[in-house]
Design a binder for this molecule. Structure first.
Ligand code: SAJ
Length: 478
């Protein structure tokens, strides 16, 4: 019997499983459960010491996710009360389902070799394979290296189940586009890329996702194209940020204000001639942009091996963009050294107040924060680095202070790393008094302050992209 016939025999999707109760899986599961098209949803969660607690929590209608997620907990309570959702560690229940999605994170093993750790995802795929039955649909939602779905995911499912993908079961990749703080909204309103290993799989996966979309629509394509889309949408954002970061470095060297240039270029409006001018800054952190470029690169190395035609000896533009963005914290360190020198102080023994540890403004998310390599450089150079962040209490052993005055007291340098709104209206006079220095240093990594205001109060100022101000006259004697 063909896959199409198996699916027809099974009828419309009614019972769904979501493997991985995290930022991706939980909103997906409650939205499936809330849809009148579907009868029941299992949320699968390993009963491990680190995250087994989620099972009871979810079945009480409580969300284990940190931070504000509008509508999520109400929806969870609703589907639990309606007995349309149940979280379990019993993976054998997968055998009763029509479709199962895998939303398991794929972090990097370590920052050096940037190889993803697919072990948790492989375990989830094995579990799905173990209980797979003919006519079922399997969907990978995790961000994976292009080629994963049609190679190791397919092979693992076939090995565990003894069934054949595309013949006995449908297989697709439908990458998540979640953003913390908008989990439900993003699933409902963003278009959904749905890529099957064949058209029957794409069609079956479209049947799964259409009911949860409100404004968004399904964009069908092949599984590998879906993997390339997801990794590239972040690669391109990283590239655009690198482009304006490089411009900022050029403007500093040429004595120009990068924000004037940005405004000038951005004025070029009209059909198809606009420029994607993003914002220069102290660096790029987070979970997406710091890794998806390397997923894409590995994809083309594996899938496109010996087939890629590319300028001889030239580095990948995308990896170069990563290196430029990763250079920004180093540039912030260089600006700090220059400014301390101008203020007649050495970095050795200098007290530096780092304002903002989160990788994103007005957020508590610290994943891959660019402030970390900056702080490491400072400590290596013998400085004392104190960190302030109003949203972050602590992070992997780095003490984070909540009181801004404590951090700035006696500081030789104040360095703005995150664009938290608390740093928008810093008072130069108050800070100079707090610092106790005649010429305190201030480095602006996120265009938060007015340079002239601080220069007027005797500060030694440096700002990303502010070639027009970075060599200003120091007012009052050094
Ligand atoms: N950043 C800049 N300049 C900019 C924009 C960002 O330096 O113009 C820095 C931020 O400070 C941060 C990093 O880049 O350190 C990442 O910022 P982000 O706004 O891209 O935030 P992310 O990492 O949460 O990216 C997510 C991604 N969404 C998904 O993966 C579903 C990304 O694809 C989205 O484009 C992005 O949110 C978004 O647009 O908000």
């Amino acid at each position: 019997m063909t896959l199409e016939a198996l699916i027809r025999k099974r009828g419309p999707i009614k019972k769904i499983g979501v493997v991985g109760m995290g930022y991706v899986g939980i909103p997906a599961a409650v939205l499936f459960a809330d849809s009148p098209e579907f009868d029941f949803v299992y949320g699968f969660q390993r009963d491990s010491s680190s995250s087994g607690y989620k099972i009871e929590m979810l079945n009480r209608g409580e969300s284990p996710l940190k931070g504000e997620e509008p509508g999520l907990e109400e929806l969870l309570k609703k589907v639990v009360a309606a007995e349309k959702f149940l979280c379990t560690s019993d993976f054998s229940k997968i055998g009763e389902l029509d479709a199962v999605t895998l939303s398991i994170q794929t972090p990097f093993l370590n920052k050096e070799d940037l190889l993803p750790d697919f072990s948790a995802l492989k375990e989830g795929i094995r579990q799905a394979g173990r209980y797979l039955s003919p006519g079922m649909l399997v969907v990978l939602e995790s961000t994976v290296t292009p080629g994963t779905t049609v190679t190791f995911a397919r092979e693992l499912l076939e090995k565990e189940s003894g069934l054949k993908a595309g013949a006995d079961f449908a297989l697709a990749h439908a990458p998540e586009r979640v953003m913390v703080g908008r989990l439900l909204r993003n699933i409902r309103e963003h278009d959904r890329i749905v890529g099957g290993i064949d058209t029957v799989s794409t069609r079956r996966a479209t049947e799964l996702y259409s009911p949860v979309l409100t404004i968004g629509k399904v964009i069908p394509m092949s599984a590998t194209a879906a993997e390339v889309t997801k990794t590239t949408e972040n690669t391109f954002r990283d590239l655009q940020i690198a482009a304006i970061n490089e411009l900022a470095l050029y403007c500093e060297a040429m004595g120009v204000n990068v924000y004037d240039v940005r405004t000038g270029i951005d004025s070029l409006k009209g059909e198809g001639i606009t420029r994607a001018m993003l914002w220069p800054g102290a660096g790029v952190g987070g979970h997406c942009l710091t890794k998806d470029t390397y997923h894409l690169e590995r994809g083309v190395q594996v899938l496109g091996k010996d087939l890629l035609d590319y300028p001889k000896g030239e580095p990948s533009l995308y990896v170069l963009a990563r290196h430029i963005n990763d250079f920004m914290p180093t540039h912030m360190f260089h600006l700090t050294l220059d400014a301390l020198k101008r203020a007649g102080r050495s970095v050795q023994g200098a007290k530096v107040a780092i304002l903002g540890w989160a990788f994103l403004s007005n957020s508590d998310d610290t994943r891959n924060t660019p402030a970390e390599p900056y702080r490491d450089n400072l400590i290596q150079a013998g400085a004392i680095a104190d960190v302030h962040d109003p949203y972050v209490k602590e992070d992997s052993g780095v003490p984070i202070l909540q009181n801004l005055d404590d951090v700035m007291k006696g500081a030789d340098a104040i360095v703005i790393f995150a664009g938290h709104h608390q740093y928008k209206n810093l008072d130069p006079d108050y800070i100079r008094t707090l610092s106790g220095k005649t010429h305190p240093v201030i480095i602006d990594g996120r265009n938060m302050i007015d340079p002239d205001l601080f220069i007027k109060h005797g500060f030694v100022y440096k700002g990303i992209g502010r070639g027009d101000k970075n060599m200003h006259k120091i007012l009052g004697k050094v």
